[in-house]
Design a protein around this ligand. Structure first.
Ligand SMILES: [Zn+2]
Length: 61
């Protein structure tokens, strides 16, 4: 993934159902997702840990 100006781009994705935020910097430790994993790299069957919404329900913030 390219970065601009050498800065870090930290994407945050928000669940369209419950508002849960997936923060790449934090990962999802409770689900075995380590910090630094991009949203697009999450398993296809990954779901919102709060409301079980599918990945497609998340929107990039
Ligand atoms: Zn949710």
């Amino acid at each position: 993934m390219a970065t601009e100006n050498g800065g870090e781009i930290m994407d945050i994705y928000v669940c369209g159902i419950c508002g849960h935020e997936y923060n790449q910097e934090r990962g999802e430790p409770d689900m075995g997702i380590p910090p630094g994993v991009d949203f697009s790299q999450l398993p296809e069957d990954w779901r919102c840990p709060i409301c079980q919404a599918a990945r497609s329900m998340f929107k990039r913030q």
